[in-house]
Design a protein around this ligand. Structure first.
Ligand code: UFG
Length: 329
């Protein structure tokens, strides 16, 4: 029998790519998702349990039925801007939901957890590259909610033996090579899919949120990492836990910062389309620069991200064209 892994948020963007990677490695991903943001079509590699992480009964019966050897926890609200406008829903979904999940895991005797954390827990960088020892001082409720969950899990690690790996992602993007799953949020707020919409004519233009930051061209720098590279890191983290390596934390990024303007220009080259843009005010809660040091993941897990910016943009464009019935030239 394949080992079952319960994946909360498995119908979402990163979760579904990880489910595919799990199935490729011979695991059985059990998607646990309330489908508030996730998509049933993205659940292709194992069963779907429709449920909310706040719902103890549904969680406990899924644990009972599938006997997972580990949980991978993606289910969360994920938008920085929205978290500034509506912090209560972020603390409810992310903190209270995760707390319930952890309590259910402890009650069911499941002691391994891979947690989807974020670069947003660091706040304003104090060094060019952010490694795992960088102080965590989030500047938005989204980052704070994820940090609070890290603390809860850490404490339960000490007190209850919950072994955990935190994966702090930088900017996830791109789509699966087979073009069966990809990024699809509604409404969309992330830079690369919005650029693709502007390139494909599904929106008039892209608003650049601030061009007066202290960066080379004035727009924010981010570290864009392909979702299949993220997925491969999740498999390595899971296997480290299953092999008894113990709790740990890893940053996942490419170690290279691209500005909003650089991404736009590269996207014009990849899509062959002119992308209309307009400078807009800064978006509240945005740090000017976030670039990872992922040396620890490379050394400890043997992680090797393989995709560059062109791979990211071309896979995102291919996925966007498929979703919108655009014939690619
Ligand atoms: N941006 C624009 N215009 C847009 C959308 C975004 O200029 O229409 C800019 C943002 O201001 C930011 C950059 O593009 O400077 C990237 O923005 P995204 O919304 O794509 O991503 P964020 O960096 O805000 O956040 C993402 C994830 C978080 C994660 C974070 C870690 O959404 O979950 O990366 O770096 F925590």
């Amino acid at each position: 029998m394949n080992k079952s892994i319960l994946v909360t948020g498995g119908a979402g963007y990163i979760g579904s790519h990880v489910c595919k990677a799990l199935a490729d490695k011979g695991y059985r991903p059990i998607t646990f998702d309330n489908l508030s943001k996730g998509h049933e079509w993205a659940v292709q590699w194992g069963p779907l349990v429709k449920g909310d992480i706040h719902n103890t009964d549904v969680l406990m019966s899924a644990f009972q039925e599938y006997q997972p050897v580990s949980v991978m926890h993606f289910a969360a609200s994920i938008e920085v801007g929205e978290s500034v406008a509506d912090p209560a829903s972020y603390y409810y979904n992310n903190v209270s939901g995760s707390l319930n999940l952890v309590r259910c895991m402890l009650a069911a005797g499941i002691d391994k957890l891979v947690f989807s954390s974020t670069a947003a827990t660091y706040g304003i960088p104090q060094s060019k590259y952010i490694d795992e020892t960088h102080p965590q001082q989030p500047i938005n409720p989204y980052g704070m909610s994820k940090l609070m969950v890290e603390r809860i899990i850490t404490d339960c690690g000490h007190a209850n033996g919950l072994q955990h790996i935190f994966l702090r992602y930088f900017n996830a993007c791109g789509a699966d090579a087979e073009n069966t799953i990809g990024e699809s949020h509604s409404p969309e707020s992330h830079l690369i899919p919005i650029i693709m919409q502007a390139a494909g004519g599904q929106r008039d233009k892209l608003f650049i949120f601030g061009d007066d930051y202290g960066t080379p061209d004035g727009t924010c720098l981010r570290d864009y990492i392909h979702v299949t590279d993220l997925a491969s890191a999740h498999i390595l983290a899971l296997e480290a836990l299953l092999n008894g390596a113990g709790s740990n934390v890893f940053n996942l990024g490419n170690g290279k910062g691209y500005s909003v303007l650089e991404i736009l220009n590269a996207a014009e080259a990849v899509t062959g389309k002119k992308i209309p843009r307009e400078i807009h005010d800064r978006r509240e809660g945005d740090p000017p620069i976030l670039v990872a040091s992922s040396e620890k993941a490379k050394k400890t897990l043997g992680w090797k991200p393989k995709k560059n910016l062109e791979d990211i943009l071309s896979s995102a464009w291919r996925w966007h064209c498929k979703q919108n019935g655009i014939t690619q030239q």
